[in-house]
Write a protein that binds this ligand. Structure first.
Ligand SMILES: Nc1ncnc2c1ncn2[C@@H]1O[C@H](COP(=O)(O)OP(=O)(O)OP(=O)(O)O)[C@@H](O)[C@H]1O
Ligand SMILES: [Mg+2]
Length: 283
């Protein structure tokens, strides 16, 4: 069943994907984006975007990537670390592809040298190379962390020729802190926290407005309070609760969504137990 037609929405408002059409600029998301854009533009070398699970790090990273890709002065790309056991070869090859190396087959014979030459070529063309690494908390291998530090030593006439932006949950900082030399090179750091009650309201209102709907006819103020409380202000959980509540409301033809419905939905998602059990599950 699809609730969009019931609510006369043009498309799904609460899908859990980092869709830039829905980007809601809270102060902290805006600030994060600004700081990272600045770090990229000034080629600061090394910047971090850290935050708790589901607070919007990947969404900000995608927005940043879209901005950098649009500008011809950047050579950029996003690497997502899906697991911890990746090899140097895999990482070097991904960096090589992003910086436009045509042939990466012989890269591992002398990776730093080959990549550096290409970075210098890009610098001569006036391009700033910015590599984004999402899920960088999976960079647990100190050897690979050291290789990233190695890149940061590359400078040409006092100009850096590569900037890394690492994105991840707080564990990322623990890995970085182990490498003092890398830690000292952090030129910008931004931390995403959960949304406040007002930001949660604004977030839901904005998403509904994008699909042509009005919050006051869909959620009662009390229901928004509860959504904030059960989600802890984490956007991913806000989406999940709202999505389930809209489905329920359309099925029961009961509008607006009230606090009782949010209680039921949160219970069925297992969020109520967590609140009282001091244990948080991430959906
Ligand atoms: N500022 C925002 N505007 C609109 N939607 C957002 C925003 N922040 C987060 N979201 C939504 O919340 C969901 C979770 O966000 P995202 O995947 O960016 O979180 P994350 O911090 O990268 O999570 P994880 O720690 O699991 O990697 C996204 O799918 C997106 O739909
Ligand atoms: Mg993410």
């Amino acid at each position: 069943m699809n609730y969009e037609s019931f609510f006369q929405m043009s498309f799904e408002p609460f899908a859990n994907i980092p869709d830039t059409r829905f980007f809601f600029e809270t102060n902290q998301h805006k600030m994060a984006l600004l700081r990272l854009m600045h770090a990229a533009d000034k080629m600061r070398g090394f910047a971090l975007l850290v935050g708790d699970v589901g607070t919007g790090k990947t969404t900000v990273a995608r927005k940043l990537l879209a901005y950098l890709t649009r500008s011809p002065k950047f050579q950029t790309g996003l690497i997502v670390l899906t697991h911890e056991n990746f090899s140097d070869e895999w990482l070097f090859t991904r960096i090589g592809q992003i910086i436009g190396l045509k042939d990466t087959t012989n890269l591992m014979k002398d990776p730093m040298n080959i990549l550096t030459k290409q970075l210098i070529n890009l610098d001569r063309e006036g391009k700033k190379t910015v590599i984004l690494i999402d899920e960088a908390n999976k960079l647990s291998d100190s050897r690979i962390v050291e290789q990233i530090r190695g890149f940061l030593n590359l400078e040409l006439n006092d100009r850096r020729i590569i900037t890394f932006i690492l994105i991840g949950v707080p564990e990322l900082e623990r890995h970085i802190l182990q490498n003092e030399s890398l830690q000292q090179r952090i030129a910008a750091r931004t931390y995403l926290k959960s949304l406040s009650r007002d930001e949660t309201f604004g977030y839901i209102k904005y998403r509904l407005s994008v699909v042509g709907a009005n919050i006051s006819s869909i959620f009662t103020p009390d229901s928004v309070d509860l959504i904030h409380s059960y989600s802890n202000g984490r956007p991913r959980l806000i989406n999940t609760i709202c999505d389930n509540a809209l489905l329920e409301a359309a099925f029961l033809q009961r509008v607006p969504v009230d606090s009782m419905m949010i209680e039921e939905v949160s219970e069925s998602l297992g969020l109520k137990k967590q609140q009282f059990g001091n244990f948080k599950r991430e959906l």
